[in-house]
Design a protein around this ligand. Structure first.
Ligand code: HEC
Length: 118
C-alpha cells in the first residue's frame, strides 16, 4: 500500500513538473505574456504596430534575433535594472515587472521568450 502510494505521488509530481516546464523550455505561454504586459501597463509605451515612446514588440524581437545573450539581457532589463532612453534624449529607469501570482522570475522569463519568438 505505502510504496504504491509513493509511486503514485511521484508520478503526480512528475506530471505537475512537466506541465510547468514549457515556461522555461519550449514555447512561451502567449496568453500569460499578454496578461503580464497588460497588468504592468507596458502598452503605454510599447505596441505591436505603432511606435510609441518605446520600440514595438516586433522591433525588440528583431534587434535581438540570433543573439545568444538576448534572454538574459532582457530578463535583466525587466527586473529593475533597465534604462529607457527616450527619443528626446532623456533617460529614465525602465519600468520593472511586478511579479504576479504565478511567480516572479518565471513570469518575466516567459514574457521575454514570447517577445523573442515574435
Ligand atoms: C514610460 C514608457 C515605458 C513603459 C511604461 C515601458 N517601457 Fe519598455 N521601453 C521604453 C523605452 C523608451 C525603451 C527604449 C530603451 C532604449 O532603447 O534604450 C524601452 C525598451 C524596452 C525593451 C527593449 C530593451 C532593449 O534592450 O532593447 C523591452 C523588451 C521593453 N521596453 C519592455 C517593456 C515591458 C515588458 C514593459 C512593461 C513592464 C515596458 N517595457 C514598459 C519605454 C517604456
Amino acid at each position: 500500500m505505502k510504496p504504491a502510494f509513493a509511486a503514485f505521488a511521484a508520478a503526480i509530481c512528475l506530471l505537475a513538473g512537466a506541465s510547468f516546464a514549457p515556461a522555461s523550455a519550449a514555447a512561451a505561454d502567449a496568453a500569460s505574456a499578454r496578461d503580464t504586459l497588460r497588468e504592468n501597463n507596458c502598452f503605454r509605451c510599447h505596441a505591436f504596430k505603432k511606435e510609441k515612446d518605446g520600440p514595438t514588440w516586433y522591433k525588440v524581437a528583431e534587434k535581438y534575433r540570433g543573439r545568444a545573450d538576448a534572454e538574459e539581457r532582457l530578463v535583466r532589463h525587466l527586473s529593475g535594472k533597465g534604462v529607457a532612453l527616450f527619443a528626446d534624449g532623456h533617460e529614465e529607469k525602465h519600468r520593472a515587472i511586478k511579479p504576479g501570482w504565478w511567480n516572479g522570475e518565471n513570469e518575466i522569463r516567459n514574457l521575454v521568450q514570447w517577445i523573442l519568438s515574435l
